[in-house]
Design a protein around this ligand. Sequence first.
Ligand code: OFO
Length: 162
Amino acid sequence: MLNEQISKEFHSAYLYLDMANYYYDHNLNGFGNWFDVQTKEENAHAMFFIEYLRNNGIAVKLETIPAPTFEFKNFKEPLTAAFEHEQFITNSIHDIYAEAYSIKDFRTMQFLDWFVKEQAEEEQSADDLCKRFDLFGADPKGLYLLDNELGGRVFTEPTMTL
Ligand code: OFO
C-alpha cells in the first residue's frame, strides 16, 4: 500500500501539472502558478514515502503513472477536480492507516500522522479555492484579482523528520 501511494502522489503531481498547463494556455498564469506549486508539493510527498521505505529496508517499486485525461470546459472544473482528487487521496491515506492499525504497525501509523494532518490542509485549501472562485470568478475583474493573488503563491519545501 505504501508503494502504491508513491504512484498516487506522483500521479497527483501529474494531474496538477496538467491543470497548471490548462490555465497557462488560457493566460491565467496565477492559477497556473498555484497548480505548479501544488505539483512540487506532491513530488515532495512521493519522496517522503520513498524515503520511509528506504529507511525501513523495504524495496521501492515504481509504477507507471497514467496520463491525465481531463478535458476542461471552464475555469472552475480543474478546481472541483482538484478538490475531489484530494478527497480521494485522503481516503487512500486513511486506508493505509487502518491497515497499519490492524497489524499493529505503529511505526507506519506515526509516519502517516503527518499525512493525515496534511490532507486536512490540502482539502481545505482546494475547497477554499473553489468557494472563492464561486464568489469572484464569474466577474472579469474578480477573476483578474484572484489570478493575481494566486500568482503570489510560493513553494515551501515540506519537511518531515523520518
Ligand atoms: Fe499529496 O497531497 Fe495532495 O494529493
